[in-house]
Design a protein around this ligand. Structure first.
Ligand code: GLY
Ligand code: MN
Ligand code: MN
Length: 441
């Protein structure tokens, strides 16, 4: 099911065709320290991985379409049996060429010596200044050295540009193979949510539900969770990134679960909110129906040619209208929307691109004006996740009513992963129920 070598090669060709006389350089992800000398599992930088499929640290990928001999160059950790005994297998220099299609590969220790050869004939250097500060400095030094000698050589880069402007529009449109992996990630995520709905009951702790979900992720072959799982009973659901997951579930509360699996670098991102006990209370139910209607209308707005902002605008309209009907907002509907008076209840956007990163690379705004939003195209994958959160600490917007106690402590979000198709959309996470009748015992 993985991405084929041919597809990686095709991506590199498409990318290099847009570099002109430029050279692009990508650094692998840095190791993330857990504590002292223990590290988190290595996870490759998504841009690096998209172009190479190479999943090792301490590597550099170079793309030099103008170079006469080598256009795709990998610098990698060399084979070293003693090192590999401690920290795992390496492809090595030969593997980088044979398995990963590099025109030539070098040991990472040769970077300083070899890199200038691939830069000096370029007119621009494409490099994203990332988290590896030391490597940022290395690139700047190479650039400055070439700039200083350029007048004598007659060639060399005179600008540094971000490769994301070329690469990220490519990443926004998923290939069939990427969609197959996304479907697997979302199917595993959906299965875990279904089981969590069955398993959760009053008296259990949030972490017990979390454990069941994450157990299933791994059991199904996922690398693990795509982001720290949010399992939030009652008012904890009003904390958007609640991850403590240590409270006991109560009979009259809702449970919000925002959890997704990561499968072969692709991610699911699902939220469901349902009663811990058998039924919604009247307040929970009316707010739930409102979020559900907002989410359905937002999903209907996901189609090719529509503005990226159309789903959010649809959700805001439904939620603001509904909150006004309930007396939680007061005033003219258009003025409430224009003045963003809904924000104490619904303070986040309605979604994000989904792919190799959970908050995936890609463009949202295409210009400075209010309506300058990117438009959906077939192959985009986006989340649709409106919510209403009435925290016990809620501060109504200026001129708006105080919130009665019986509304407080209710947090609801419903999130699906939606593929834009040629004619509309396909909800990849539709297997997880969200109708009231399916969530009550
Ligand atoms: N779970 C992260 C998000 O929904 O954006
Ligand atoms: Mn989510
Ligand atoms: Mn999301």
């Amino acid at each position: 099911m993985a991405i084929t070598a041919q597809e990686y090669q095709q991506r590199r060709q498409t990318f290099m065709a847009k570099l002109g006389q430029g050279t692009a350089i990508f650094r692998s992800a840095p190791h993330a320290v857990m504590h002292n000398d223990v590290e988190y599992n290595f996870r490759q930088d998504s841009d690096f991985y998209y172009l190479t499929g190479f999943n090792e640290p301490n590597a550099v990928a170079v793309f030099a379409p103008h170079h006469l001999e080598h256009q795709f160059i990998l610098f990698v950790q060399p084979k070293d049996l003693a090192e590999e005994t401690w920290v795992g297998y390496r492809a090595g220099v030969e593997g980088a060429q044979e398995k990963f299609g590099a025109d030539i590969a070098y040991s990472i220790h040769e970077l300083a010596e070899k890199l200038p050869d691939y830069l000096k004939g370029s007119d621009r250097l494409f490099y994203h200044f990332g988290r590896d500060e030391k490597f940022n400095q290395t690139i700047l030094q190479h650039y400055q050295r070439l700039l200083a000698t350029r007048s004598k050589r007659g060639t060399g880069p005179t600008a540094i540009a971000d490769p994301g402007t070329i690469l990220h529009p490519m990443r926004m449109v998923k290939s069939e193979a990427e969609l197959a992996l996304t479907r697997r990630a979302t199917a595993i995520s959906a299965k875990a949510h279904l089981w969590a709905m069955e398993y959760a009951k009053p008296g259990l702790y949030e972490y017990q539900v979390q454990a069941e979900i994450e157990h299933l992720f791994r059991l199904e072959g996922a690398a693990g969770f795509a982001y720290p799982s949010i399992v939030a009973g009652g008012a904890n659901a009003c904390v958007l990134h609640y991850v403590e997951n240590n409270a006991q579930l109560q009979d009259n509360e809702l449970l919000l679960i925002d959890a997704g699996a990561c499968y072969e670098y692709y991610n699911g991102d699902i939220t469901r909110t349902f009663p811990v006990g058998d039924r919604f209370t009247p307040e929970q139910r009316v707010l739930y129906e409102l979020v559900l209607e907002a989410q359905k209308q937002a999903i209907a707005a996901v189609k090719p040619g529509n503005s990226y902002q159309a789903p959010h605008q649809a959700a805001v309209r439904v939620i603001t209208h509904g909150l006004r009907d309930l007396g939680l907002l007061r005033g003219n509907l258009e003025e409430l929307i224009e003045g963003e008076k809904y924000k104490p209840f619904f303070m986040h956007g309605t979604g994000h691109w989904l792919g190799l990163d959970v908050h995936d690379a890609g463009i949202y705004k295409i210009g400075p004006e209010k309506d300058d939003w990117t438009t959906f195209s077939a192959g985009n994958v986006v989340t649709v996740e409106p919510g209403i959160y009435i925290s016990p600490y809620i501060q109504p917007a200026e001129g708006q009513p105080e919130i009665a106690d019986h509304w407080q402590g209710i947090g609801i979000r419903i999130e699906d992963d939606v593929l834009v198709t040629a004619t509309g959309n396909d909800v990849l996470t539709a297997a997880v129920p969200k109708e009231v009748k399916d969530l009550e015992a």
